[in-house]
Every structure is written in C-alpha cells, then in structure tokens.
Design a protein around this ligand. Structure first.
Ligand code: AMP
Length: 397
C-alpha cells in the first residue's frame, strides 16, 4: 500500500511518522532521541501503547544510522509499506521558498546556502534528506518549510532597522513554527470558520515557543525573527534580548560566538531563570521561588506579546493555544488570559481546567480554543500533494 513518511531531524533527534497515502491515516509516529550519546527509540503504532527501546550508541552514532533504525522498525512492523513520498520539515526556506517544493539537486544546493541562517537545525534537516534519498531513491522528496507560512507577512514585520543592504543579504524577520500555524489555521477553519476568517492570535507554547498574529488566514506578525531565538522565553532559549547584552558579553566578558550561542540557545529561558529545568511540568511541581519567577516571566512575555498583536490586528476574534504547554498547562492558560476582560476575553474556568476545545465563557466576545497541533500531518499532506503533482507532470510529459 502506498505510504507517506515524514521526517523532522533535529540536532540530536529524528521525529518520524508514517501515513497511508490516500486517507492520511497515521500508522506510526515516533522519535529517536540522543543520537550519538544514549540513543532511544520511542514509537506509538496506530494509537496503541508506546514502545520504548534503548539503542546501541555505537551503532546509532549519526543521523544516517538513526534513519536506518527507523527503517528497520518499519520493515519489521510495516513490511508492505511502499513509501511514495518523504516529507521533510526544513527549518529555513530563506526569502525565496514560500511553499513546499520537490527537492532536486538545485533545491538542495539552495538550502545548503541557508545553513548559516540556521546552523543548529538546517544541517541536520539536510542530512535527513540525503539519508532518505539513499533509502528511498524512487520516492518524491518534499521540503516543507517552517518559515513558509510567514513569507507573505508585511514588510514592516519582515525587517529590522538596519542598513538596507543587510536586509537584501537576508537579515530579515522570517518567523518559524509555520507548519504548526498552518495546521492550526486549517483546523480553526473547520471548527469556527467565521473566527478563522478574522483576527487570530495563535500561541505555540512548547519547549520552543512563539506567537503568530493571523488576519484572514495570513500571518501578519510573528514573535520569532531572524532565528528561532527571538520573542518568548523558551525551555532553554532566551527570547527577546537587547542586542547590547551580546556586545557586553563579547567586549567585557570575552565570550566567543560559540559560547554566546550556547548561552542563548541552551542555558537560558526557563532553565536559566529557574536554575532547575527547561520543563514546565517540573517547574510547576518544584514550586521554588526561582521556578515561580521563571513561570512569571514566561506568562508576562506572552501577555505582553498578546497585547502587541491585538494592537497590530486592531482587535481580536480568537486566541488559540497549542504546543505541549499550550495544550496541557491550564494554569498557564488561565494566567495568560487573566484581566483581559477589557478586550472582551473571558475564560470558562472549568472548561479551561478540563482542557476542552473551546475554553472561553459563553459571554466572552473573544473565543479561546485549544487545538492539538499536528505538524507531521501537515507535512504528510504537503508531501502527498507534491507527489500527486509529480505523477501528473510525469504523465503529461
Ligand atoms: P513540546 O515541545 O510542544 O512537546 O512541549 C513540551 C513542554 O510542554 C514541556 O515544558 C512540558 O513540561 C510541557 N507540558 C506537557 N504537558 C504538560 C502539563 N500537563 N502541564 C504543564 N506543562 C506540560
């Protein structure tokens, strides 16, 4: 039976999912984490129990070996799966890629040129592409970009106030989490078409976190910019920062670029503030002063960005929460929405605690939703469309 495989390769992990090509029914979803150190495979097969397996570190020492382990699992459990297309999450599409594309040699060369813009993600995304090309030489390989959803945003949201030649060189506000926003936008259209056509803010709150202002289904503003560092504080990333801090760290403390990168990407955010953990659940349970203050800052920044987005949208019709924190942490949602009565936004306390799809009260003018995001399904859907296009153009040729 024809299938679509999705791959999302991070710095030390590969997330994967397998879908039936026509129905997009999910057959398996899982990930290999800690590639090269303590590789561990977890997978959920067709909504059954999760299987967990520690892998041999010497064998699973890189992304190609991790992909081989994923393929071995599929061969073992889905030997009849005929992979027609592989959809890849590619973090950076630069200024030119505004929608998914079939990957050929030219495209791969263009994406390689973008590595300096996303050094922590892009090389791994592309090694996932190469490994999949080798494993499935006849499948259509499709790049799905995290930046694409934002490419049409207005120029004022695309730029920094730097000399114009730097903008031309590609120093722009790209915005990320685009596949999640695209999925949520489509899901909202099904759930509440009138609201989806209006002024919407989506808060993707997970280990990575950002917010997107959406008008009529189009991104008009994102908290993330040139890299996935800006905006909200995250598990280990700092979020918005005065660039003067970076200058100070270099000039006065003698930190190198690599040390600053490590500080801002891996030692900051909730982890840095709490001195404890990057994990929201752990912070809620810990209850130390530092953990509470880290959560206070997280909530404060979300509320501040929400206010800014309401201003650029000239109001608000719907607020959506997604991501591990947005979908599960009712206390955070409650605190984010508190005192927004002036905007006509009021939560239903019990629906919020129960994690219902609609969590605003009957009289709230702004509807508040929880939508479980599904980036893998979005990737599979794009890959399926592109594979169809490839078949149609081959038939026409
Ligand atoms: P993600 O990166 O989208 O998988 O989200 C991971 C984050 O979601 C981590 O900080 C988790 O602690 C947080 N999270 C997941 N479930 C809960 C929960 N029930 N309560 C609070 N935070 C949660």
């Amino acid at each position: 039976m024809p299938h679509i495989l999705t791959l999302n390769a991070g710095s030390s992990s590969i997330k994967f999912a397998l879908f039936e090509a026509g129905s997009l029914n999910e057959r398996v979803r899982g990930q290999i984490e800690a590639i090269g150190t303590k590789p561990h495979l977890s997978a959920r097969i067709a909504n059954a129990e999760k299987t967990e397996t520690d892998l041999d570190a010497a064998e699973v020492s890189d992304h190609a070996a991790a992909l081989a382990a994923i393929l071995a699992l599929m061969e073992d459990r889905f030997s009849g799966a005929d992979v027609k297309a592989v959809g890849h999450r590619i973090v950076h599409g630069g200024p030119d890629y505004g929608s998914p594309v079939i990957i050929d040699e030219d495209c791969l060369a263009n994406l390689e040129k973008l590595i300096p813009l996303a050094p922590l993600h892009q090389p791994h995304n592309l090694s996932g592409v190469r490994a999949a090309q080798a494993a499935f030489p006849d499948a259509t390989q499709v790049a799905c970009f995290d930046t694409a959803f934002h490419r049409q945003h207005p120029w004022v949201n695309d730029t920094y106030a730097l000399p114009l030649e730097l903008y031309e060189e590609g120093i722009r506000r790209y915005g990320f989490h685009g596949l999640s926003y695209e999925y949520v936008t489509r899901a909202l259209r099904q759930l509440a078409p009138m609201h989806a056509a209006g002024r919407v803010v989506v808060s993707h709150l997970g280990n990575g976190a950002s917010m997107c202002a959406i008008q009529g289904g189009q991104s008009v503003g994102s908290t993330m910019g040139f890299t996935a560092l800006d905006g909200l504080p995250m598990g280990t990333r700092c979020g918005q920062l005065d660039p003067g801090v970076v200058l100070y760290l270099m000039a006065e403390k003698g930190l190198t670029a690599a040390e600053i990168e490590n500080l801002l990407y891996k030692q900051s955010g909730l982890k840095g503030l709490s001195g404890l953990s990057n994990d929201m659940r752990a912070l809620e349970e810990a209850g130390t002063i530092e953990a509470r203050r880290a959560i206070d800052y997280f909530v404060y920044r979300i509320r501040r960005e929400l206010g800014a987005m309401v201003a650029i949208l000239s109001g608000l019709d719907a607020l959506v929460f997604c991501g591990g924190i947005g979908e599960n942490a009712w206390r955070i949602r409650e605190r984010v929405c508190q005192d927004f009565g002036w905007l006509g936004l009021e939560l239903d306390e019990s629906q919020n605690r129960a994690g219902e799809t609609i969590i605003s009260s009957q009289r709230s003018r702004v509807r508040v939703f929880i939508i479980r995001t599904n980036e893998e399904l979005m990737i599979a859907s794009h890959a399926a469309e592109k594979a169809q296009e490839a078949i149609a153009s081959a038939a026409a040729a």
